[in-house]
Structure formats: C-alpha cells, structure tokens
Design a protein around this ligand. Sequence first.
Ligand code: AMP
Ligand code: MG
Length: 412
Amino acid sequence: MPESPYPMLPVEEAIDIVLSQVHPLSPVGLPFTQVLGLVLAEDVHAAEPMPPFRAASVDGYAVIAADPSPARRLVGEQMTGFIGDLHVTPGTAVRTTTGAPIPAGADAMVMVEFTEEQDGYVEIKTPVEAGSNIRPIGQDLEQGQLVLARGTLLGAPEIGLLAMIGKSEVQVHPAPRVGVMSTGDELVEPDHPLKPGQIRDANRFSLMSAVREVGGVPIDLGRISDKVTTLQESIENGLRQADALLTSGGVSMGQLDLVKPYLAERGTVHFGRVRAKPGKPVTFATLDSIPVFAMPGFPVSALVSFEIYVRPALLKMAGHSRLHRPRQRVTLAHHIRHAAGRTEFQRAIVTPDNHGRYTATNTGLQGSGRLLSMHGANALLILPFEQGDFPAGTQVEAIITGPLQETSSTSA
Ligand code: AMP
Ligand code: MG
C-alpha cells in the first residue's frame, strides 16, 4: 500500500498552523450602511457632544425651578429642530416639546401631566427640581469621547452610533472573499438527473453556505473534473479574485487525487493529513500567500473540516479576535463506539437540564457520507484519539455549534 508522504498531525497543531498562516485582511473604507457584521479597524471618536444642545426629555413647560410664582405667563412655544429666540424669566414659562432645545433662562422641564394651562398662563402642580427632565449637553456622548474601539464587531447598535455621530465612512476589515470549487468526474449539478455512476455536487453548496454563515463572501468557482489542467485553471482563476480558496474532493490516495500534488508544486503545503475523523486527508497550503483548504470529498468530512480549520481562519481574516466556538463538558446519554487512533468529531444534540448539566446524544450513524448526521446537530463531540469506546455517562468536551435547546421539562 502506498504511504502518504505527509505526517499525520494532531488536530490542535493543524489549527495552530492555519492560524499562524492567515492574517486580518487590510482595512478598507466603507459607507457605514455597508459594514453590518464587519470588524472595525479604527478607533471612532465623537466629534460633537450628544445631545448637542440642552434637550427636553418630556413634553411640557420649561421653567425656572426656584420660581415661586403660582401661575406663569407663557412667552412662547419651542418646538424641535431650531433654537427660538425665547427667554424664560421669573414668572414665565415656555411650552416645550420632547427633543426641543431648552429655552435660555430655564433650568427645568415640568411634564404636561402635572400642569394646567389657561388663558395664556400655566399652573405647575408639582414640586420642581433644577435640572429635571433636561438632558444636558454631552449626557450620552461627550465631545471627543471614544465611541467604538478598533476590533469592535459592528451590529445594529454600532451602526446606529455611527449614524448618530455622523461617521459616514469607516475603516473596517472586509469580509473575506472565498472561492469554492468541487472536484470529481462523478459530480453533476443539483438540478441534473443522475446517469449511472454519477452523484450530485453537495459540497460546493454546503461550503458556500458555511462561508456565508461566518460572514464571508463565497465565489462559485464551479465543478471541475479530475484533470490537472482544469484544476490548475480553476485554482489560478480563484487566486485572482479570492482571499482564500476551498476545494473538496481529490485529496485521498486514489490515482485521480490530484489536488495535493498540484498544491505542492504551485505553493507550500503546510499539512496534508490530520489525526482526525472525519477529515483525515484535509490539506492546507498557501499559494502566493493565499490560504487554500483542500477538503475531503465526503460531505460530512468537508463540512466538519470547514468547522475545525476554515471557520477560525476566516474569522481571523475578517479581523475578529474571538475565533473559536464555545466549548462545554457534556455527559454522554448513551454508549459511543470509537476506535482509538484519531480524534473523532461526532455530531450531537446537546441539551442543558435544570441542574446545570449538559447531556449529549449523537445524531445516529456517523458515516462521512451521511450528511443527515449534521442536520439538527448543535454540537461536535470531541472524542480524543488516545481512548477507545466511551460508555454512557462519560464526560467529554463538545464544540457548541448551534443554539442549545432546553429540555421540555425545564420549560414550565
Ligand atoms: P474524494 O475525496 O474525491 O475521494 O471523494 C470522497 C467521496 O465523496 C466520494 O464518494 C465522492 O463521490 C464523494 N464526493 C466528492 N465530492 C463530492 C461533492 N462535491 N458532493 C458530494 N459528494 C462528493
Ligand atoms: Mg474524487
């Protein structure tokens, strides 16, 4: 039997190699409306205070708090959006609306609910404290204050803050563009009927979706045959437009497994085998500094390999500092067969109970081709390579990949 020339690396070592070879993409300036989900690459300060003027926080009357007058003469009305030429003096008040500037001289707002207005006079029926119902200048943001620090993940509140302070263009790490191709003479498009010996290409679509789920922009490089020339063309085409490339298929020890030799000839292969199940032949190379992940063809192997190596790499390229999923110690609900020798990632459903414990049930048969084993899973159980079978009740570590479902008994 021919031996692979590539040493079989422990999973953790392979992940470290990947992360040492990929780097955050150079920042670009983008309109603030296009940066949702991206990571900020500059510190953003407030050029102006917020609010920029003393603002009423209720509808009512602007008054002088210490004014003892039983009824105050209305000297005008201050609506929002401009600063009127009004002055509150003892014995007077200005009708003022929420969000409007506080007229000069006034030091408190009285809610309309605590007043009575009649014949041009307003009677205040509550004690008034200086400063009440007024938002002072800079209450929410001080002028010059750091609003968002470099490295911040931009979500809805952050986009609102950028709008609020008038930061219409920001420096961000762009979303990585990721070229995805499938290799294999047996593959046809999903809308094709199958001729004998053919199967439909699933990996291109699962991998492009996985890229999108992690915030990347997939580039469809198509389906290519097991020929060096077409492989070469597609890879060169991908290198011209993408920040990273993903291939699936053609990395085992078969005669038509042309991917590894081509990557080795064209660039540097950093590893070509990992002590993992599924995903033993997963291969990582850099070509002109562009990371290339060559995943095995079995649909589960491809997606599990994406989860373990590609996802953290794409997050790093996008400027994230949290690259890894949360992990949780879980208790196996049933016996799990496992052959020592490779670290196995079994797809599982992890359920928290109401005693702070987590129980894991695998998703049934764990064959590398059985993509259904990933459907509905919210975790990957890590079964270390040193150990054999795992009896029910054993605790293992799990990578939490999806929302944890409470058991029905915990919901009252
Ligand atoms: P390979 O890694 O090319 O040896 O392929 C391993 C297995 O995965 C074979 O049974 C292939 O037919 C299957 N396979 C390869 N590529 C795909 C794909 N894109 N979609 C679904 N199955 C695939
Ligand atoms: Mg193949």
